[in-house]
Design a protein around this ligand. Structure first.
Ligand code: FE
Ligand code: FE
Ligand code: FE
Length: 165
């Protein structure tokens, strides 16, 4: 979508575009997590990724409900940011052959993903509230909280274990 296209004119359009952006992003994340699970050699990290894959599927369901509440059809719109984050992660992971270093690389990549999600869900929650869509805001906030908790867990795992190794 071009910067000056007329496709986004109202706040509602902008909000919907953001919802479609994160919908696309969550699907890309769902697709890439199995590969990260495979690559992780730390048991805790592997388990964490598995858990987040399940969570991600639940998050997609919440987004489906959010679209429904807005009487919109759930759909995604290409998010170059998440594609870039995932591409970069794959590129770096492909260059690391030490298992321990790879775990550190996977955590760094996963945190970049979580931070993208946190910024999007933060904004979308605020916009949903501002527009009076409180049920949608609740759904988005639930996703936001899961991303924050995941980011925190990754931080702890890095600091207490993986980085030390
Ligand atoms: Fe997510
Ligand atoms: Fe995006
Ligand atoms: Fe996430």
């Amino acid at each position: 979508m071009g910067w000056f296209s007329a496709e986004i004119s109202t706040m509602k359009d902008l909000f919907l575009h953001g919802l479609q952006d994160i919908y696309y992003a969550e699907h890309q994340i769902e697709k890439s997590l199995p590969d990260m699970i495979k690559k992780a050699s730390d048991a805790q990290l592997k388990k964490g990724f598995q858990m987040h894959l399940k969570q991600t599927r639940g998050q997609i369901k919440r987004l489906d409900r959010a679209f429904k509440a807005l009487k919109e059809k759930p759909k995604g719109t290409k998010c170059p940011a998440i594609d870039g984050i995932i591409d970069e992660a794959n590129e770096i992971a492909g260059e690391v052959d030490d298992k321990v270093v790879l775990n550190a690389a996977l955590i760094a990549a996963a945190q970049a993903v979580e931070h993208y999600e946190i910024t999007r869900y933060g904004t979308l929650t605020a916009w949903a509230k501002a527009m009076g869509h409180s049920s949608v805001a609740k759904l988005l906030h639930a996703n936001l909280n899961e991303e924050k908790a995941t980011d925190k867990k990754l931080n702890t795992l890095a600091k207490t274990k993986v980085n030390r190794k």
